[in-house]
Design a protein around this ligand. Structure first.
Ligand code: ZN
Length: 210
């Protein structure tokens, strides 16, 4: 069991995250600083408070950031909606993370896996945005530091069965109900529902295809 040191930070308005499928890793690009210092940095940018959900200090201590189930502010609006942001303090453009940090990270991932009841995909910030974060010295691929007995990313993608939701998406794409490769749990705005409905009606010849 990993200890997550709680905080008493004041946050502005937070949205709750309804869906969690991945963890995105960051470095602070700074010296070793507390979650409280990062909270102040982000408040000064007029954010609701620290954008990461957890901070792993150089000594391996894990400090809580934004509440785990709140939408974070760390990887862009699309990725923030379905991910947890973990920040390891330090500048990994200059040097690698500490051994203690890399011991705590997989333990934190195990904790999150238990909490969300599913394996969460592990990505670096640079995998979802144009950035160097978490730096060239952050060890990657994750198989180089995830213990072999850890479930996280184990054997992905071959052993992960295609879920019925994924099959629905591919089927809908194949018959051109949708055009992009949507994530099955993406929310659907009204225009999207209407577009799908109109596509069906065109397909049935009820209205003229334009
Ligand atoms: Zn980052």
């Amino acid at each position: 069991m990993i200890e997550i040191i709680p905080n008493q930070f004041d946050f502005g308005s937070l949205q709750s995250r309804t869906y969690t499928r991945r963890v995105i890793i960051h470095h602070s690009a700074s010296p070793d600083v507390s979650a409280s210092v990062i909270h102040d940095w982000h408040r000064r940018k007029d954010w609701s408070g620290i954008g990461y959900h957890a901070v792993i200090r150089a000594d391996g201590a894990v400090e809580a950031g934004r509440p785990l189930d709140a939408v974070g502010a760390h990887a862009g609006s699309a990725a923030n909606r379905d991910s947890i942001g973990i920040c390891l303090t330090g500048n990994f453009m200059m040097q690698p993370p500490s051994r203690s940090q890399m011991d705590s990270l997989p333990r934190l991932l195990d904790y999150l896996e238990d909490r969300y009841g599913t394996r969460l995909e592990v990505l670096r910030h640079k995998d979802v945005a144009t950035t160097d974060c978490p730096g060239i010295h952050f060890p990657w691929p994750e198989s180089s530091w995830l213990p072999v007995d850890s479930e996280v990313n184990a054997g992905l993608p071959e052993t992960v069965p295609i879920t019925w939701k994924d099959s629905l998406v591919s089927e809908a794409r194949a018959c051109q109900l949708i055009t992009d490769n949507h994530h099955p749990d993406d929310p659907a705005p009204k225009w999207f529902v209407l577009a799908v409905g109109l596509n069906i009606m065109k397909g049935m010849g009820k209205i003229d295809a334009k």
